[in-house]
Write a protein that binds this ligand. Structure first.
Ligand SMILES: [Ca+2]
Length: 332
């Protein structure tokens, strides 16, 4: 069972075979890559966002009991870094676009990937973008939802405009091991997603892809933080939307130069636990850097202990959670 987004493979297959012939897609990508890029850094307004400081630690990465691309299990030293407390929201992305005039890849290509509920496959939906992630006939994305229909290139451009970057996948996993859910639960293989009748993350319930029962309160994306914060202060580290990382998708230990896709982490509201367990702490998703999908977003990271002046403010944990965070770190 693939650790993640069978979706992206389906989408690419759809793009090649049914929606966009490979030649046209290559031309579109080439044209987009060659288009002049304005300087978005000077235009981006200050961010209304908080970042969590995560300390240097030796932590487990990967899982020898998990699918092959999550092996081998190793222990790595992850240097201190900052990570956005929540995924970047629609409101934050709108502020960036309004000030800079930035055009996303989905807008340049004329559409983004949307799940076809009838077939379970992915199709390129004309007009689907970060404003209307399922297309022109779908609802507007709510301001407090994570922004989606953003490619890896869009995510990187947003973070760079604030002097930030995307996290590496190991940084992301280190952060997630501090407790993915409000009760500090870190998903591993065969873990229960619900506890005492309460769902711990926004995932899929029901017969995929026909009917999402929304037993967790949401069909589709949920507002950031709707399921509470982990002891670290981080929200949405499991489910809701996949998140881009800066890492190339290659087998652990292989040269990054072999990569053609970038890693995503965290799973999404489309994860039906019967075939997708992307919400597990070690699960890896992947897609080409120009792919935009209705269930993939991102959050930004930075080196050091304090965010750059335009990058956001530092999140201060409430006292009760500081002890919880320490316990979670010991357990990770
Ligand atoms: Ca849900």
């Amino acid at each position: 069972m693939p650790a993640q987004t069978p979706s992206e493979k389906w989408l690419r297959r759809s793009l090649r075979g049914r929606i966009w012939p490979a030649g046209l897609l290559a031309v579109a990508i080439a044209l987009a890559a060659c288009a002049p890029q304005p300087d978005h850094r000077s235009a981006a307004p200050p961010r209304n966002a908080a970042m969590v400081s995560i300390s240097t630690a030796m932590v487990q990465i990967g899982d020898d009991q998990a699918p092959p691309d999550e092996r081998p299990q190793t222990t790595r030293r992850i240097a201190a870094f900052l990570l956005d407390r929540t995924p970047v929201t629609v409101a934050q992305f709108r502020a960036f676009v309004s000030a800079s005039g930035y055009l996303t890849d989905a807008e340049r290509f004329g559409g983004g990937g949307v799940l076809d509920r009838a077939s379970g496959g992915w199709v390129r939906e004309p007009g689907a973008d970060w404003r209307r992630p399922t297309g022109p006939s779908g609802p507007l994305a709510a301001d407090d939802h994570p922004v989606t229909q953003v490619s890896w290139r869009d995510a990187e451009a947003f973070c760079a405009a604030y002097g930030l970057r995307l996290p590496t996948e190991f940084e992301w996993e280190r952060a997630a091991r501090l407790g993915q859910t409000p009760d500090g639960h870190v998903f591993r293989a065969d873990d229960p997603l619900s506890f005492e009748g309460r769902w711990r993350a926004n995932v899929w319930q029901g017969l995929f892809p026909l009917a999402d029962e929304g037993e967790d309160g949401y069909r589709g994306a949920s507002p950031v933080g709707a399921f509470g914060a982990a002891p670290s202060g981080l929200t949405d580290m499991a489910g809701n939307v996949w998140e881009w990382t800066t890492s190339w998708y290659v087998p652990y230990g292989a040269p990054a130069a072999r990569g053609v896709e970038r890693v995503q982490r965290g799973g999404s509201f489309l994860c039906d636990p019967s075939f997708c367990q992307g919400f597990r702490v070690t699960a890896r998703g992947h897609a080409t850097p120009d792919t935009s999908l209705m269930h993939v977003g991102f959050r930004c990271a930075a080196d050091g202990a304090r965010p750059p002046p335009r990058g956001g403010r530092l999140y201060t944990p409430i006292p009760g959670r500081m002890a919880q965070t320490a316990r979670a770190q010991e357990a990770s």
